[in-house]
Design a protein around this ligand. Structure first.
Ligand code: FDA
Length: 312
């Protein structure tokens, strides 16, 4: 109940332009600024430096150049060109080639055909990369999966998608995407969704996650189990052990700056763990979703603004 209210509150606050201006002013200014707990920096060089640190710990990474909900084709084109620059920078750097992005960043909300074209420009340039299409809120579920299937039919295989266990529809979507042989990242879902289409209680979201984790580990193509929830992670490990599914047939994924202890302990136990590293100037909506998931994080922000910004 409290978790739902917090999610709602932070989604509302995410629309506040004055809060955004305040956060943008203080959040990333210094290496110790509060937003840097969750965001690697504003430039691709900072993201690559973070990726190197992550890889040195035996973790894998995926880079996300932040941005979403663009309202003009010019912005979509600019985001696409930025992704092309990121691809070149990653190639030059020698870090693992793995990206995550959002279709509304590429113009999905303006013109679907342009978003598909932009996605193709990225995939064509992304030699040796795996590109994950993040899942946004429910008005975009159908169209995101349709675009994904279009890309698949066009022959792209270096692309995967995300499905959210809070939506009632997702068990059917798992079957649909699984049937293609495509890679799915399973998450709980970061958006506030209406009760008519989504589970509202954590136990229900978690139970659905577990059911889909079982399906994906059994029939999926290299699924990503993306959660920081120790109960779900333990259940995944147990299921894999019982079903004799080798640890290299799936991976865990977590967000940059969250449960670093758990990230390290999974690596130590022999599992693959990929860290989602967000960077760029458009970090405010992403940052607000992280606060909404765990209101205790607000304490970091307040301490940061007050200048007591040593984060653990
Ligand atoms: P839950 O919220 O129950 O948290 C379990 C525990 O994790 C908490 O008790 C706490 O210890 C820790 N934790 C979780 N969130 C935290 C936070 N913000 N700060 C500090 N600690 C925190 N969603 C989506 O809708 N579309 C997408 O494409 C993606 N992509 C994605 C990629 C990756 C790699 C991950 C890990 C997650 C996503 N998500 C996502 C987000 C996802 O839907 C979900 O909102 C978050 O992962 C939080 O849920 P948990 O599964 O961690 O469980």
């Amino acid at each position: 109940m409290f978790a739902r209210a917090a999610k709602t509150l932070f989604h509302l606050l995410a629309r506040s332009s004055s809060l955004k201006a305040l956060a943008s002013r203080y959040g990333m200014r210094k290496p110790t600024s509060f937003a840097r707990r969750f965001i690697a920096g504003e430039t691709v060089d900072e993201a690559i430096a973070a990726a190197r640190t992550i890889e040195a710990q035996g973790l894998h990474q995926t880079l996300d150049y932040l941005g979403e909900s663009v309202t003009t084709l010019a912005e979509a084109d600019a985001a696409t060109r930025e992704y092309l620059r990121v691809i070149e920078a990653v190639k030059q750097s020698g870090i693992e080639r793995n990206l995550s992005l959002k279709l509304t960043q590429l113009g999905l909300n303006v013109d679907r055909a342009t978003a598909v074209d932009n996605m193709r420009r990225i995939l064509d340039a992304a030699e040796g990369f795996f590109v994950r299409i993040d899942m946004e809120n429910s008005p975009f579920t159908d169209v995101t999966l349709d675009v994904f299937e279009t890309l698949w039919q066009l022959g792209y295989r270096n692309v995967g998608v995300v499905l959210q266990s809070d939506l009632f529809r997702t068990e059917r979507d798992v079957e649909r995407i699984d049937a293609l042989g495509a890679r799915i990242r399973l998450v709980k879902g970061a958006y506030k969704e209406p009760a008519s289409i989504a589970h509202q209680r954590k136990p229900d979201v978690d139970a659905a996650f577990l059911r889909m984790m079982n399906v994906l580990l059994t029939t999926g193509t290299y699924p990503a189990i993306a959660t920081h929830d120790p109960v779900l992670i333990d259940a995944t490990r147990r299921f894999a052990r019982e079903q004799q599914i080798p640890a290299d047939r799936f991976e865990f994924q977590m967000l940059y700056g969250i449960r670093r202890d758990l990230q390290a302990s999974l690596v130590k136990a022999g599992y693959r763990v990929r860290i989602y590293i967000p960077f760029g100037r458009q970090w405010f909506p992403y940052f607000m979703r992280r606060l909404g998931e765990r209101p205790a994080n607000v304490a970091f922000v307040v301490r940061g603004i007050l200048g007591e910004n040593r984060l653990t």
